[in-house]
Design a protein around this ligand. Structure first.
Ligand SMILES: [Zn+2]
Length: 504
């Protein structure tokens, strides 16, 4: 190609590069923190039932981190699956903020008119934190020379009272207490500096505490790539997680519905569990499904592209909401059988267990749990300290299977079984020829005792018509196979379930 034909495009590239350098602040179409706060307040005023504005916590510099819930009764914690989406852990990755704001706008605009939108708002608890790293974000929009590259928090690493680039700040998404010791980015000047200790940053603690308190079903973290290694990509959990295939399925469907600025679909790829990132910590410690979205191939755009990038990601994210709404999965609520109080019990599906993930817990306020699954038969195991375990078979065909579980407090004293609890002396393991002793409290209804296998199939009835205020010695059939069983004693509305290991 002759040189004169290369020169004009080359000149254009140089000019564009110079103009980009000359830009002193992000494009005016990007959301500033003050604009986000104003817009959230305006939405709350216009839709008081649907919009509840609160804060995720307080930043390192004492600034409130905005958080909003969109739902049909937004200010009330309902028994609806939660989806928590947040952006700008990395201060200069602002396309996610645009996507989150666009998603809120489209949910509010379509509510009551578009049945699909109305179903999302009515059926889910939709949490959004548009800017997590509020301090770094302010710096980005301050016009400081380092604005376009400022990724980290504003921690003054060398305590010289000044903002130094790149010496100051901590990478929020390397500050989580997950394989933190193994991660070698301990140089404060690194863009991926892990911080002086795990959870040194207030913003990471705020995210962690929110997730532990609210137990959303899904967490989504929006980023944009600084280098071009991973572009237009949705990351899901690693292969050793029992949720890997379900997460992949969700991510593929979502990626397929999400377009980049050229009109091409996003990809889906799994992440490793090797970094001290939010994704690893949250999924590893709670089993919550976590996705990370790398929006486009860089951080900054100008003009109408800013809005169209946000718009396309927000539109794609509706696919995720629809999947959470539709299932399939298992959901329910765990309560104390005596008081009815919600319990933050551990909930597991035996067939989708392992990988060192969890424990998965019900949310504290309502005792509710949700888990996306495939279709099939599962065994729900519910446990909580000072309560009898429960094991319940669940069949998931399509949609959500709802299982509410009332856990019985463990009877503690032999002499004083309490006013209402049956007392059970159950040798565990139970050997052939051994008996178990059951005493029903005075005033209890006539009871029966049944044995189930681990898949929940009824094996045998040990006794019926058991009277209150007397001891009953129960034997299991001699030909019972060795194994694990569930003994269930029903008395009126009350049930006691206990795992029984039988050995010849
Ligand atoms: Zn990032």
């Amino acid at each position: 190609m002759p040189l004169r034909r290369i020169l004009p495009p080359l000149a254009v590239i140089v000019l564009v590069a110079l103009l980009a350098r000359a830009q002193t602040v992000p494009d005016a179409r990007y959301w500033r923190l003050d604009d986000v706060n104003q817009q959230l307040a305006a939405w709350a005023a216009a839709h008081p039932e649907l919009v509840h504005v609160t804060t995720l916590g307080t930043s390192g510099q004492g600034e409130a981190i905005p958080l909003v819930c969109i739902s049909d009764h937004a200010a009330v914690r309902e028994r609806e699956p939660g989806v928590f989406q947040h952006a700008a852990q990395h201060a200069n990755e602002c396309n996610g903020t645009g996507a989150v704001m666009d998603a809120i706008a489209r949910l509010l605009a379509g509510y009551g008119d578009d049945p699909a939108v109305t179903a999302r708002v009515d059926g889910l608890e939709l949490w959004f934190a548009p800017i997590v790293n509020v301090d770094g974000h302010r710096h980005v929009f301050s016009g400081a020379p380092s604005w376009a590259d400022w990724r980290k928090t504003m921690r003054d690493n060398d305590a010289d009272g000044e903002v130094d680039f790149p010496g100051d700040g901590v990478d929020l998404n390397r500050n989580w207490d997950w394989r933190w010791d193994e991660y070698d980015e301990s140089d404060p000047a690194s863009q991926k500096y892990r911080g002086p200790f795990p959870f040194s940053e207030a913003e990471a603690r705020a995210l962690r505490d929110f997730v532990l308190r609210e137990r959303p079903l899904v967490v989504v973290d929006y980023h944009s790539p600084v280098t071009i290694s991973w572009t237009d990509e949705i990351f899901y959990v690693w292969p050793s997680s029992p949720d890997h295939l379900i997460a992949r399925d969700v991510a593929l469907e979502w990626a397929d519905a999400t377009r980049n600025r050229h009109g091409d679909a996003y990809g889906a790829i799994y992440a490793f569990d090797t970094l001290p990132k939010e994704q690893c910590w949250v999924h590893g410690n709670t089993g919550i499904l976590v996705f990370l979205v790398e929006i486009e191939d860089r951080c900054w755009f100008t003009g109408a592209t800013v809005d169209s990038v946000a718009h396309r990601v927000a539109r794609g994210s509706m696919t995720l909401l629809d999947r959470v709404l539709a299932g399939p999965g298992v959901r329910g609520r765990v309560t104390d059988a005596v008081t009815g109080a919600p319990l933050a019990a551990e909930v597991a599906l035996a067939e989708l267990d392992g990988g060192g993930i969890g424990p998965r817990r019900c949310d504290q306020a309502t005792g509710s749990f949700e888990r996306l699954t495939g279709t099939g038969n599962y065994t729900l195991r519910v446990s909580m300290r000072d309560y009898e375990d429960a094991e319940i078979p669940v069949t998931v065909t399509a949609g959500w299977s709802t299982i509410d579980v009332a856990l019985d407090p463990i009877a503690t004293a032999v002499d004083d079984p309490g006013p209402r609890r049956p007392w059970l002396d159950l040798p565990n393991p139970l050997r052939a020829g051994q008996r178990l002793t059951l005493r029903l409290p005075a005033g209890a209804s006539v009871a029966r005792a049944d044995l189930y296998d681990v898949r929940g199939r009824h094996v045998t009835t040990l006794a019926t018509g058991l009277a209150a205020a007397s001891d009953h010695r129960l034997a299991v059939p001699r030909d019972l196979a060795d194994g694990v069983y569930l003994l269930r004693i029903r008395s009126g509305a009350s049930t006691v379930a206990r795992r029984l290991v039988y050995l010849h």
